[in-house]
Each structure stands twice: as structure tokens, then as C-alpha cells.
Design a protein around this ligand. Structure first.
Ligand code: NAG
Ligand code: NAG
Ligand code: NAG
Ligand code: NAG
Ligand code: NAG
Ligand code: NAG
Ligand code: NAG
Length: 290
């Protein structure tokens, strides 16, 4: 090795570049998730037991939370999505985790993730507990999926504060209901909604004419077996982006809609596809509708 090459090798500038390069993969990455977020997630995990029967209809995949280990960066955990620059958790996909237990209103989950945009808790078993109004701490939420969660009781009216929601799914919680007037409140404030699914939720409301027409971004609206009644406003059929409307099993579906052949056809398709699923769910939750 000539002198020139040796000097090049020990060039301080080159050496710092070398460490900067290493850091890209180690230093920065290891520090991405804050301690507070990590411990909030670990505490959340500890409050549940795991049971395959809580997530019966999921692919038999490895529950994501099993990979959550103390001492590792939470931004690298399965189901956790972080802002790559700030390290703030912006997405939690805890669906199909076999969770069995309840989410305590005091849960650090509600207080540690103010930047959360996507939250998916679907297909777990929250033991017929009520949905906590504390969900409204997630003021940045755009996607909330609480379907197949075994929640019961009233949907907190405070959900209408989550006015950035683009997608809301509360379906298949068989003992869940909206307070009287709750449906109107929800759709008044959640004007950005593209996908709304309240199937099996007792909406116990008549449709206020034209109330749905404000949801001009609506793409899918599912209200199967939601106890919705009254005259479903035909204007909904003309919402510019609507691709799927499912009001099967509600008293709002009436003869007036027979002229909307595409609706009835679609409803039939969905009915055939979901027939089996509905039967299974009815068995799973030890009851169902008859
Ligand atoms: C939530 O997770 C379930 C199961 O993994 C998935 O089917 C569903 O599409 C997810 N919901 C959203 C809003 O992404
Ligand atoms: C919630 O936490 C606060 C203090 O952190 C405590 O005073 C209160 O008793 C807790 N509530 C429940 C129901 O555990
Ligand atoms: C765990 O449950 C206890 C009450 O049983 C509650 O005080 C605590 O906030 C919960 N922690 C999390 C992170 O959910
Ligand atoms: C869900 O949890 C409740 C209460 O803990 C339990 O009785 C029920 O059997 C569970 N359901 C399933 C499908 O595991
Ligand atoms: C709509 O949301 C705003 C905050 O974004 C809130 O102040 C207002 O009370 C909400 N209205 C209803 C009817 O929930
Ligand atoms: C829905 O709730 C209303 C009252 O809130 C009740 O009268 C009705 O029986 C419920 N419907 C179903 C199907 O549970
Ligand atoms: C529709 O939106 C407008 C403007 O935001 C509001 O004044 C009106 O009350 C809404 N209509 C219904 C039926 O919610």
C-alpha cells in the first residue's frame, strides 16, 4: 500500500462520512420511537390476554403483537407505523391480534398518540365493553375501524368531533347502538366521510330527508340490519362518488327503490356473498338476528 493510499484511507472527512453512513442504519433508526410511546404500547399489550377465538375470521397469521419486545424500536414493530422524520406513531393496525379484554378509559393508548391517523382494532374481542369516549383524543384520525370488536352499549356522541374521518367502520358489534339523534349528529359533522359502515349497529333512527346529501364524498354506505327506517332519500343514489349502498335488512328499503335496479342487484350480490359469513357470526356471538 503506497503512502498516498494510506493517507486517503485515514482522511478524517472520509471517516466521518463512513460513520454518517453507518448511522443511517443504526443510530437514527434505534432512536426513532420515543420512550413514552414504547411504554404505552407495552402497557396496552400487557392488559390483554390472547386467544385465537377472538379473531376467528382472520387469516391464521401470526398475531402482530407477539413481535413487540421491550428494548426494540416500536417503529419497527408489526402493526405500528411511524412518521419517519419525527418518530411519532401515526398508524396502529392491531386488527386480528386475538386480543381479549377491555380498553380502560384510562388507557395510555388514548393519551400517548395525538398524531394517530389510522387505527384498526377490528377482529378482536373487547368483551362486550362500551366504546370509550376517549377515542376522541385522536383528533387527527382519518381511518377508524372498530368492526368485529365485541363492543356494546352506546356509540359516544363525541365521535362527531372526529371530523377528519374519511372512513368509519363500526359494523358487526351486535349489541352496539347509537343514541337517538346520534346518526344525524354523526353525519352532520363527519362531512369528509368516504366510507361509512354501521351494519348491525342499532341506529334506531329514521332518516332525516337530505341529511345524507351533505356527505358529498361518500363512496360506500353500509347500513345492513341497522334498524334504520323512514324514507331513504333518493337523492343519495345520485351522490357523485357513491359506488356501494347497502341498506339490506332495514325498513328504509322499500318498494319505491325498485326502480333503482342496480341497487337491488348489488344488494342481492352482497347478500349471497355474505350469507355464510352472517350465519357464522350469529353462531360466534351466540345469538344474532332472526
Ligand atoms: C382493518 O383490518 C382488517 C383485517 O386485517 C382489514 O380487513 C380492514 O380492511 C382494515 N380496515 C381498514 C380501514 O384498513
Ligand atoms: C384513572 O386515573 C386517574 C389518575 O390517573 C385515577 O384517579 C382514576 O381513579 C382512574 N380511574 C379508574 C376508573 O381507574
Ligand atoms: C391497563 O388497565 C388498567 C386498569 O385495569 C388501567 O388503569 C391502565 O390504564 C391500562 N393500561 C393501558 C395501557 O391500557
Ligand atoms: C369474548 O369475550 C367474552 C367475555 O370475555 C367471552 O364470554 C366470549 O366467549 C368471547 N368470545 C369469543 C368468540 O372468544
Ligand atoms: C363538530 O366538530 C366541532 C369540532 O371540530 C365541534 O366543535 C362541534 O361541536 C361538532 N359538532 C357536533 C354536532 O358534534
Ligand atoms: C334499537 O334501539 C331501540 C331504542 O333505542 C329499541 O327500541 C329497538 O328495539 C332496538 N332494535 C333492535 C333491533 O335491537
Ligand atoms: C348540510 O351542510 C350545511 C352546511 O355545512 C348545513 O348548514 C346543513 O345544516 C347541513 N344539512 C344537514 C341536513 O345536515
Amino acid at each position: 500500500m503506497g503512502c498516498e493510499q494510506v493517507r486517503l484511507f485515514f482522511n478524517p472527512l472520509l471517516i466521518s462520512f463512513f460513520f454518517l453512513f453507518l448511522c443511517q442504519f443504526t443510530c437514527l433508526h434505534a432512536q426513532l420511537c420515543t420512550q413514552q410511546q414504547t411504554s404505552a404500547l407495552m402497557q396496552f399489550k400487557r392488559n390483554f390476554s390472547f386467544s385465537e377465538s377472538s379473531s376467528l375470521y382472520c387469516d391464521a397469521s401470526f398475531p402482530k403483537m407477539k413481535s413487540w419486545k421491550k428494548g426494540s424500536d416500536c417503529c419497527s414493530w408489526d402493526g405500528v407505523d411511524c412518521n419517519k422524520k419525527t418518530g411519532q406513531v401515526i398508524g396502529l393496525d392491531l386488527s386480528c391480534n386475538g386480543l381479549q379484554g377491555t380498553i380502560h378509559p384510562n388507557s395510555s393508548l388514548f393519551f400517548s398518540f395525538p398524531h394517530l391517523r389510522n387505527l384498526n382494532l377490528s377482529h378482536n374481542n373487547f368483551s362486550m365493553s362500551p366504546i370509550s369516549p376517549e377515542f376522541t383524543h385522536f383528533t387527527e384520525l382519518t381511518h377508524l375501524d372498530l368492526s368485529y370488536c365485541g363492543f356494546s352499549g352506546k356509540v359516544p356522541l363525541e365521535f362527531s368531533f372526529l371530523n377528519k374521518l374519511v372512513s368509519l367502520d363500526l359494523s358487526a358489534n351486535y349489541d352496539l347502538r347509537l343514541e337517538v339523534g346520534g346518526f344525524e349528529l354523526l353525519i352532520q359533522n363527519l362531512s369528509k366521510l368516504r366510507d361509512l359502515d354501521l351494519s348491525d349497529v342499532n341506529v334506531s333512527s329514521s332518516v332525516v330527508p337530505n341529511s345524507l346529501l351533505n356527505l358529498t364524498s361518500l363512496r360506500t354506505l353500509c347500513l345492513r340490519f341497522s334498524s334504520l327506517h323512514g324514507n331513504f332519500p333518493s337523492g343519495v343514489f345520485h351522490l357523485p362518488h357513491l359506488q356501494k349502498l347497502d341498506i339490506w335488512g332495514t325498513k328504509a328499503l322499500n318498494r319505491r327503490h325498485r326502480k333503482h335496479q342496480w341497487l337491488l342487484k348489488m344488494v342481492e350480490d352482497v347478500e349471497n356473498r355474505n350469507g355464510q359469513r352472517l350465519k357464522r357470526n350469529a353462531r360466534r356471538y351466540g345469538g344474532g338476528r332472526n
